[in-house]
Design a protein. Structure first.
Length: 187
């Protein structure tokens, strides 16, 4: 009976050591604030003073098996975590990124690359209703960037299940908004 106890204790210690090594990594926090005064010709703007705040958590690390893991959580202008993505790099296969929000997966990465003081060319002084590139979907999606492409070529494959669904938290679905959209794909 003593031999079985010793084997069990050493197996437990070994697994705890592996867990602590797998959780090592770095986490950084960056942020900023911007202030604006909007003035539109011949239009009522209400209170023209605006304040925007941005906060981003970014982390990375490597697992014992050689896989890399990266995390990014963005909080923009009083939204509840407007962008979140986790990237797992698998040697020989590429990067797998689980993304939620408008963090730019697939064709959405090409959304308005115009250089501007604001993040987007339409970022201030314009109303709603602007059609933008959205690709597979602005909700949650999975993106694969394979490593076996020729030099200078980057391929990205994106799958977004239930494009019309809203963002959802851990262990939950986004529900049904009775929309006709189904799954989205980008290549």
């Amino acid at each position: 009976m003593n031999k079985i106890t010793k084997i069990g204790a050493s197996a437990l210690c070994g697994s705890l050591a592996a867990i602590s090594a797998a959780n090592a990594g770095d986490l950084t926090v960056t942020g900023g604030v911007d202030m604006s005064w909007i003035s539109l010709d011949d239009e009522a703007t209400g209170n023209p003073i605006g304040i925007g705040s941005n906060l981003t958590f970014a982390g990375s690390g490597e697992l014992d098996n050689g896989w890399s893991v990266a995390l990014s959580v963005a909080h923009a202008n009083s939204d509840v975590y407007s962008n979140t993505n986790v990237t797992v790099g698998v040697p020989g296969l590429g990067d797998f990124r689980i993304s939620q929000g408008v963090s730019g997966s697939g064709i959405c990465r090409m959304d308005d690359l115009t250089p501007n003081v604001w993040e987007e060319a339409w970022g201030t002084g314009l109303g709603t209703g602007i059609d933008k590139v959205s690709g597979a979907g602005g909700g949650a999606n999975v993106e694969w960037t394979p490593t076996g492409t020729p030099d200078g070529l980057t391929a990205r494959l994106v799958y977004s299940p239930g494009v019309a669904g809203a963002k959802s938290g851990d262990k939950s679905g986004s529900g049904d908004d009775n929309s006709v959209q189904a799954n989205g794909y980008d290549i």
